[in-house]
Ligand binder design. Sequence first.
Ligand code: NAD
Length: 300
Amino acid sequence: SSNFVGFIGLGNMGVKMAKNLLQKGENLVIYDIRPINIEQFETKPKPIVVDNLKEVARKSKYIITMLPSSDSVMSTYTDDDGILKNCPHENAIFIDSSTIDPNISKEIWKLANKRGHLFLDAPVSGGVVGAEAGNLTFMIGGCERIPEYIEKLLLKMGSRIIHCGSSGMGQAAKLCNNMLLGSTMVAVSETLNLGMKFGLDAKVLTSIINSSSGRCWSSEIYNPVPGVLENVPSNRNYKGGFTTNLLLKDMKLALKLAEKTNSSVLLAEKALEIYNNAIVTKGIENSDFSIIYKTISEKK
Ligand code: NAD
């Protein structure tokens, strides 16, 4: 029946977002290319787990995707056995919260539009902490005003919805943000490491930064030094957050936009180089990106 919401991509972010929807009364049909560990969903009612995209499309008029890459989003939507070609509903609404190339969003928007459906790029900020707390920010492209039902749905996972413009503009906003995030995480790591090497306590220095002009998300919400904050990846050996691989994907997409628009991004280029080198020398690609602090602090 069509009162199911489809959810595709149950990774670090997707599981937490889906759990909030379930806890707030939504019926979910979920699918991931990897077998889903249903034990992760201890809540009742549990979601319906299916093993193919057609089944998600058939059961749900509204579908959310939370996938790792432009390619995985493109194939999920446009393959012969993907969700666009197998959608039996009229005026279906697709919400892609992955971070991908804005041009791919535009392409899918057009294909959906031809079939009478709406495709929104709706990437999020707030990280796994925000996904768990249900206070993500959604950046919407592809629609001037989203339908009320969709607004309610998104507000079960987030606390803010910002309309950015035409299709792809949500993604553009997200990429700008993540380019900055990549730089601030390196900057916070270098700063805390410097202070600690001189003998300052990481918590003391952090609390000064957070009440001073250096304050930012990387220092305040997602501090990279183990022991400063409790519920963050740095405090669990950099597991279960936002992988360096995914950050690099976003920074590269942002640099692509910079090239297109002839914008100067020297600092971001340097930050990208720092992450790339750390991947080569330390193999940090599958750890949370705040592990860059560890690489910096271990550097002789
Ligand atoms: P993840 O790698 O943990 O999860 C992605 C999930 O998608 C995995 O479970 C994977 O098995 C599944 N998957 C891959 N290809 C698939 C396919 N073709 N069909 C169905 N399922 C498929 O990634 P994540 O950290 O949850 O991030 C998801 C997206 O959200 C990425 O685009 C990322 O850039 C973005 N994002 C992540 C964060 C974060 O803090 N982790 C924050 C904001 C945005």
